[in-house]
Structures are given as C-alpha cells and as structure tokens.
Design a protein around this ligand. Structure first.
Ligand code: SD4
Length: 321
C-alpha cells in the first residue's frame, strides 16, 4: 500500500519506476502451484506442515511460520529452538525472523526461554511498530503475548556442550554433519505470493550475546514479492558482512537465475577469503516465477523442496570440493 502511495505522489514516482528492474519483466509470477523450499533434512517435516497450510488455502506467511515451528519444537534438531546447543555459558539463546509478501518484517534475537521465536518474530511484525526486539525485551514482549517460559536446554544438548565447551563449533563446519541445522524456509502460495522465515539457536558455544545472521533482515532472510526470496544457513558472520539474502534477491532482480544468484553471493564471501575457507555458507532462493536455486561453499548442504505433490531432499554440490 505504501508503495502505491509512493507511485501516486509525483516527486517520488521516478524513484519507484527506477527501482523496478527491466530484467524482471519477462519473469511471470507463478499462480496456482504452491511450493515450499527449506534448508537441511529437517526441512522435509517443516515443508509437510507448511504445504498442508498452503493446500488448504492458507497464506504463505502462515505456512512459513508453521513450518519453522516444526524444528523449533524438535529436540533432535540441535541448532533450532528446543534442544539447541547452548552458548559458551550454557544458555540456549535464539534468533529468528519472518517476512511477508508486503515487505513487512519482524525479528527477535538473543531470546531465551521461549520455544517458538519465529512466532514471537511474527508478533513483533504484526503488533509493534518495530522490526526487531532482543534479549530481555524480546522475552518480556513474548511473555506479555502469552508465550510460556520453558527450559530449552535438553540433556543431550547439555552433554554436547560439556564435550565441546571451550571449543567453538563453527556453523558450516561439517565434522559429523550435525553441527548446523538452522532452518530458512520460503513459500509461495496459490496466488503466487511469497513469504519467508528463518530460525536458529546459532553457533554452538558462541560468545554470550552473539547474534547471527538469521534474525537480520537482508542477511539470513529476505523477501521481495516482486522478485523473489532467499534464506541463508552457515557461518552467520559472513552472511551479515555480505548482506547475503538481500544480495541474492537483488541479483535475481538483475536477471540472474536463482542458482547463479546464490553462487554469486557466495563468491563475494570467497573473494574476501582469497578462496580459502574452513567454514560453509549456503543459500536457497525462490524466484517469483516459482523457479528455485541453491548454492553452498562446502559439500554436504541439502535442501528440501516440496512442489507438484513431491517433497524431496536435494543435495547441493559445494563450490570448494
Ligand atoms: C548463525 N546462520 O547463527 C546461523 C547458523 C546456521 O546452520 O545457519 N547454522 O550463524
């Protein structure tokens, strides 16, 4: 609505026209064929829940929120919500963000004791004038909205923490494929509208107070309903420094295919490190015509794609072998 108002007002009209890249003209919005794409194996279960909502005529926003809540509640997913590996001081601290088709956004960071940060992020978006709440303030808001305070530290996560304490686990390092599990989830509904969400407990044994890319709009998640959506997983610091998901969407606006856009965004990271890295970052992308893509720095990244009645886990070949 705001955008339409801009276009109507004479002074800002040239700006609004200039921001609509000509390359997107040939790309039509996919209508009538809902799809969901999300990171990692736990994305399969998240996609199932999200797709059920889309098939029942639900909105893409409801779909991504419900999808993200699945690994948040699953104690076996060690980098999201309940069961997440704690920070250096033994506390589980959570980051999440959400964006809708109108460009609205909500996020929470460094949130403790609340199992579903993605739902708190949605309420920040819908019930406040703000985009992001952190720490104590985020928790106070969540409690005021009726969320229950819970202990999110499972025995399993505590044992992992004790074993690895003093030794940080980089998200993206893949010693056993279990150290990184953030979910970024993007959906397109039957009207072709896009939404996305991202939720994580971040880097195991991170410094207390550390916030990653997942709740930073443009870094861990970005949605532009005119162009497409993108989400990130892996070493958040690198994603933040390159404004990764925003970059992927902007590259699609310039005419890059979704795969190419993800690849180019990762090349920016590799370039800064002279192509020598010991961490990984991966992106997933969804263009408004329903075309999807992904890329990863290292091998081992998989994403779940639910479309045309099939929910399939797809491997992504790493740039660095
Ligand atoms: C972070 N990007 O906090 C998240 C972690 C992650 O797979 O994606 N792990 O840096």
């Amino acid at each position: 609505m705001k955008r339409r108002r801009f276009i109507k007002t004479g002074i800002l009209a040239p700006f609004a026209v200039a921001s609509a890249a000509p390359d997107m003209r040939g790309v039509k919005r996919a209508i009538g064929n809902p799809l969901v794409i999300s990171t990692w194996k736990h994305g399969l279960a998240a996609n199932e829940t999200a797709m059920r909502i889309l098939q029942n005529g639900g909105s893409c926003l409801d779909a991504v929120e419900a999808g993200a809540r699945v690994p948040e509640a699953d104690p076996t997913v060690s980098s999201v919500g309940y069961g997440g590996i704690p920070d250096r001081d033994g506390h589980v601290t959570l980051d999440a963000s959400i964006m809708d088709a109108d460009g609205n956004a909500g996020a929470v960071a460094f949130l403790e004791g609340i199992k579903h940060p993605v739902s708190v992020a949605r309420l920040v978006m819908e019930k406040t004038k703000h985009v992001m709440l952190v720490g104590e303030g985020a928790k106070k808001f969540a409690l005021a909205q009726g969320f229950k305070e819970e202990n999110l530290l499972t025995e399993e996560a505590r044992r992992t923490w004790l074993k690895k304490n003093k030794k940080s686990v980089f998200p993206g390092e893949t010693p056993n494929g279990k150290s990184h599990d953030t979910i970024a989830i993007l959906a397109q509904d039957k009207d072709g509208k896009l939404a996305g969400a991202c939720t994580t407990s971040g880097w195991g044994n991170k410094m207390r107070g550390r916030v990653g890319d997942s709740p930073i709009i443009g870094a861990g998640l970005y949605v532009d309903n005119d162009v497409g959506a993108a989400g990130a997983t892996g070493l958040g610091e690198e994603v933040i420094k390159t404004v990764g998901s925003f970059l992927v969407v902007e590259l699609m606006r310039q005419g890059y295919e979704p795969d190419e856009a993800c690849l180019e965004a990762l090349q920016r990271i590799l370039h800064r490190h002279r192509n020598t890295v010991r961490f990984s970052v991966a992106y997933i992308a969804l263009r408004k015509d329903g075309k999807t893509g992904s890329a990863s720095i290292l091998n081992g990244f998989k994403y779940a794609l639910y479309r045309d009645g099939k929910n399939i886990l797809q491997p992504t070949e790493g740039i660095i072998k």
